[in-house]
Design a protein around this ligand. Structure first.
Ligand SMILES: Cc1cc2nc3c(=O)[nH]c(=O)nc-3n(C[C@H](O)[C@H](O)[C@H](O)COP(=O)(O)OP(=O)(O)OC[C@H]3O[C@@H](n4cnc5c(N)ncnc54)[C@H](O)[C@@H]3O)c2cc1C
Length: 492
């Protein structure tokens, strides 16, 4: 339990709070600091880097080698060096292990409420204030349920990658990966390079879909070089990539506490229906599934930030060409604005920081030529992201893979049958109504896992998913909540 005396709030004034130290947040903080601003950079993780540059916690970094799993480390190291230099001069306060649970708009800026979990299980309340707030909280894995997806040994592909990068852990011996999108390739390559037998990579889309987007392809040759590297690794390790194929079921083994033992895959028709006679049974002890990502909007929605269609079945934060949201003083960059990879996140972070420098009475002036180049980079990467979304859609008929007893919301144990009944009997047409009728999305994860799937099961096909607004982004102890109230009155 924390004591009110533990409350922390940087006493000297700050110009900008950046939440999220992934590629977008690191780049934004570095640019803002170079421009003369005083910045607080907050991240829930134990080390900066976000998902793309996830590293083991500082005490383990010397003992768990992960450099071979990374790309773009030169950029990461340059950003870290910039931040370290500013930390030494006192212009940067870097708060790791700090989870922001809510934010509020004040007359003169924003209040950011976080809990310091650096000395878990203790939690300390931390309250920060600044005239400008930049949210760079990234995205999380999008999941589509299938019979057996709740068995031990079935993970998200992002989860498999996090275990590798964050702890050097290879989560299985015989692994099958499935879903859609280029992210399947680095995960398969990393697992194979670290000794796992990757038995199959099941990509639901057809690669020929990319041929409909020649311009973004030609404008982003680096992406193809990267894909070719992964293809080389997969070929060396004899990993088969099966296109127009999906994981449609998994079965557990009683002797192994129900852990997954068999994966069922099938070829798909153009709509995503399994083709009769194509089902295969593959022995595996681990399954990784990923259907793209969902922007993490928890901190933006309660502030009133408007959303826009990201083009991949999700809604993302609406921003102008300077990464300004529709709320004055609130900026966002990276995958909160739509999923597009780390290079896009870095460019958006820089552009967002330039806008903060322009909008605040900042001591430094942004370099106009560099800003224009960064905006061009954002446009180029965004066009690639749009092409990626179109080439890797969710198979429209995936709900046909589900039996009525397939769990959809694992926290509250709500089945596909119950969700279908909510639609058929009570005319539920979005995940909020289904939540009221069935409790789907009401559990610990607050719909992060099941929300997109419930949405697809009941909503019109072309309607993108927007998560429900939550005032509290992470569970916090009552003690931290109480401390937070005292801290607010102490520092206003
Ligand atoms: C699990 C996972 C693994 C991924 N691995 C890869 C990979 O290996 N290669 C690849 O190309 N792409 C990967 N991606 C895609 C990836 O998200 C990016 O392309 C890139 O990291 C996006 O950068 P970003 O800065 O927008 O967000 P992120 O890198 O996601 O950074 C967001 C940061 O915000 C922090 N954060 C979020 N909410 C809060 C909060 N409330 N309070 C405090 N801090 C918060 C997080 O801890 C995180 O450090 C992964 C995605 C996921 C979800």
């Amino acid at each position: 339990m924390s004591e009110p005396g533990d409350l922390v709030a940087p006493s000297d004034p700050r110009d900008l709070v950046v939440v999220g130290a992934g590629p977008a947040g690191l780049a934004a903080a570095a640019t803002a600091l170079d421009g003369g601003l005083r910045v607080v950079l907050v991240d829930a993780g134990a080390a900066p880097g976000g998902q793309f540059w996830r590293h083991p916690p500082p005490h383990a970094q010397g003992t768990i080698p992960t450099a071979d799993l990374h790309h773009g480390l030169r950029t990461y190291r340059a950003l870290r060096a910039t931040l370290s230099a500013h930390e030494r001069t006192g212009r940067l306060t870097l708060l790791l292990n700090h989870h922001v649970w809510t934010t509020a708009r004040e007359e003169d800026g924003f209040t950011v409420h976080a809990v310091d979990r650096g000395r878990a299980p203790e939690e300390r309340a931390v309250v920060l204030r600044a005239p400008a707030l930049l949210v760079a909280t990234g995205a999380y894995d999008r999941q589509l349920p299938f019979p057996g997806w709740d068995l031990p040994g079935v993970l998200t592909v992002g989860g498999l990658q996090s275990l590798l990068k964050g702890g050097g852990v290879v989560a299985g011996r015989r692994v099958v990966l499935g879903g859609t999108g280029p992210f399947l390739l680095p995960v398969a390559a990393a697992l194979a390079a670290r000794g796992a037998e990757v038995v199959a990579v099941c990509e639901a889309a057809a690669p020929s879909a990319w041929l409909r987007h020649p311009v973004p392809l030609l404008r982003n040759p680096a992406k193809w070089a990267e894909a070719a590297r992964y293809a080389g690794t997969l070929a060396r390790h004899r990993v088969p990539v099966r296109t127009r194929t999906a994981i449609v079921g998994a079965e557990g083994e009683e002797e192994k506490a129900g852990r997954v033992a068999v994966v069922r895959t099938a070829s798909l028709d153009a709509d995503g229906c399994p083709l009769p006679g194509t089902e295969r049974r593959i022995e595996a002890d681990t399954v990784g599934v990923g259907w793209g990502f969902v922007p993490q909007l928890d901190l933006l929605l309660p502030l009133g930030c408007e959303l826009a269609d990201a083009g991949d079945g999700t809604m993302a934060a609406a921003v102008d060409d300077g990464q300004r949201t529709t709320v004055p003083g609130l900026y966002t960059a990276g995958e909160t604005c739509g999923v597009g990879g780390a290079a896009l996140a870095v460019s958006e972070g820089r552009v967002a920081a330039v806008s903060v420098l322009t909008d605040l009475p900042a001591p430094g002036r942004p370099n106009a030529r560099r800003t224009a180049a960064e905006r061009r980079a954002v446009a180029r990467h965004r066009s690639f992201a749009r092409a990626m979304a179109q080439a890797h859609p969710l198979p429209p008929a995936w709900p046909t893979w589900l039996t009525d007893d397939t769990p959809v919301c694992r926290c509250e144990e709500v089945t596909a049958g119950a969700v279908r009944s909510a639609r058929a009997d009570a005319a539920a047409s979005d995940h909020r109504q289904v939540k009221q009728l069935t409790r789907a999305g009401m559990g610990w994860c607050q719909g992060r896992m099941c929300g997109p799937a419930v949405h697809c099961l009941v909503s019109a096909r072309d309607q993108p998913y927007a998560p429900a607004e939550r005032l509290i982004a992470t569970p916090v102890t009552l003690g931290a909540l109480a401390d937070s109230g005292e801290s607010t009155s102490d520092h206003t």
